[in-house]
Design a binder for this molecule. Structure first.
Ligand SMILES: C[S@@+](CC[C@H](N)C(=O)[O-])C[C@H]1O[C@@H](n2cnc3c(N)ncnc32)[C@H](O)[C@@H]1O
Length: 205
């Protein structure tokens, strides 16, 4: 199996979603039922490793995630384009890895989330835009991944009116984790809760 450059030795690299044993038959059925309203992602767009990105250490001392890793574009990506799937351990949300900084809702109604804290793919290295640039240039969302025949979380280039020109080769790919993420973090560190208002899990939008 080939792993992306800079993938840490200590983490398993996933080439498909990893299903936790506690997913109920109803949750598994929801995962394997194609919703009418989500983007269909052909198998060719979910290659592992992804040809659209590379993992890089953050060496810029002014970057708030200095000393960690980030995800960067290997080619120009147009507004609205799909970038890559976010792979991890797909689990029942109730059994949430509350302390994980890598846990995203996959299907809130079905109570299913995906956590990339202990294993995953390049998606786990997407940083938040705060303190790096004015706004996010990418968004999390859900799609139907034909490669695995299931609903999956993915990362898209930001689209819409204010999207700009997309992401240029070499740019860092940055999403918004949602205010809830940072409020939770301040709360955990003993700070205030004034910005609370997002999801307990990392949210998007
Ligand atoms: C999903 S991980 C992103 C990848 C992470 N940089 C790494 O190397 O594993 C989320 C963590 O990255 C860091 N991070 C991401 N965006 C950040 C930002 N804008 N400011 C400060 N820390 C950030 C925080 O430590 C956060 O808990």
């Amino acid at each position: 199996m080939s792993k992306p450059k800079n993938w840490p030795d200590s983490f398993p690299y996933l080439e498909s979603p990893l299903h936790a044993k506690d997913l109920t038959p109803t949750q598994l059925q929801a995962l394997h039922t194609r919703p009418v309203s989500v983007a269909v992602l052909p198998a060719a767009s979910t290659l592992t490793p992804s040809p659209n990105v590379h993992i890089q250490p953050i060496r810029d001392a002014s970057h708030p995630a200095h000393g960690q890793f980030g995800l960067f574009a290997t080619q120009n990506l147009r507004p609205g384009a799909f970038i890559l799937a976010y792979l991890g351990r797909v689990h029942a949300g109730l059994e949430s890895a509350a302390e994980s900084d890598y846990d995203l809702w996959l299907d809130r109604e079905a109570d299913v989330a995906v956590d990339a804290a202990r294993q995953g793919n390049e998606g786990r290295f997407v940083n938040d835009y705060r303190g790096v640039r004015e706004r996010a240039n990418a968004v999390f969302g859900t799609g139907w991944c034909e490669r695995w025949g299931e609903v999956c979380v993915g990362v898209w280039v930001a689209g819409g009116k204010n999207a700009g020109k997309g992401i240029r080769r070499g740019d860092e790919i940055l999403v918004s984790y949602g205010k809830g993420f940072w409020a939770e973090r301040r709360h955990a560190e003993g700070g205030g809760e004034e910005e609370r208002g997002g999801d307990a899990k990392t949210s998007w939008g």
